[in-house]
Design a protein around this ligand. Structure first.
Ligand SMILES: [Fe+2]
Ligand SMILES: [Fe+2]
Length: 135
């Protein structure tokens, strides 16, 4: 079952970044699917770790393009990426304590953060990046 799927309105019109967003979405769906099968906290933590590694690579790419093109919302945008890392770290701590109650919160956070971020903040850089010749 797909928790939430890709739709064209998510597109930032830059294939490389869209592909990364699709991959992140796929990993978030996997986390959701996994949570439905009563996994161990260690299994959830492993998946979150993978997701975080991929997110670091993707966010760093966006931030690199922002610096390169002197994007004015760089600090704010970077702050949102950092908030994501902080939340994942918090979830991993809870999972390390054996907390199973947190699965639903993790799934909700991933979905709401991703949708809000991609539909508002990532959309905002789209025209700027394209004008600067990225993509
Ligand atoms: Fe972003
Ligand atoms: Fe993004």
């Amino acid at each position: 079952m797909v928790y939430f799927g890709w739709t064209p309105e998510y597109s930032v019109k830059i294939a490389e970044l869209d592909d990364q967003h699709k991959k992140l979405l796929e990993m978030m769906n996997k986390a959701y699917e996994q949570a439905r099968n009563d996994p161990s906290p260690a299994e959830v933590s492993r998946l979150l770790h993978e997701l975080n590694e991929y997110a670091i690579a993707h966010f760093s790419k966006e931030e690199k393009y922002m610096l390169q093109t002197e994007y004015k919302d760089y600090e704010d945008h970077k702050g949102q990426h950092e908030y994501f890392y902080d939340q994942i770290a918090r979830f991993k701590t809870k999972l390390g304590e054996g907390d199973r109650e947190i699965y639903a919160e993790i799934a909700d956070f991933l979905k709401s953060w991703f949708l809000k971020h991609i539909l508002t903040n990532d959309q905002k850089y789209s025209g700027h990046f394209i004008d600067a010749g990225i993509g």
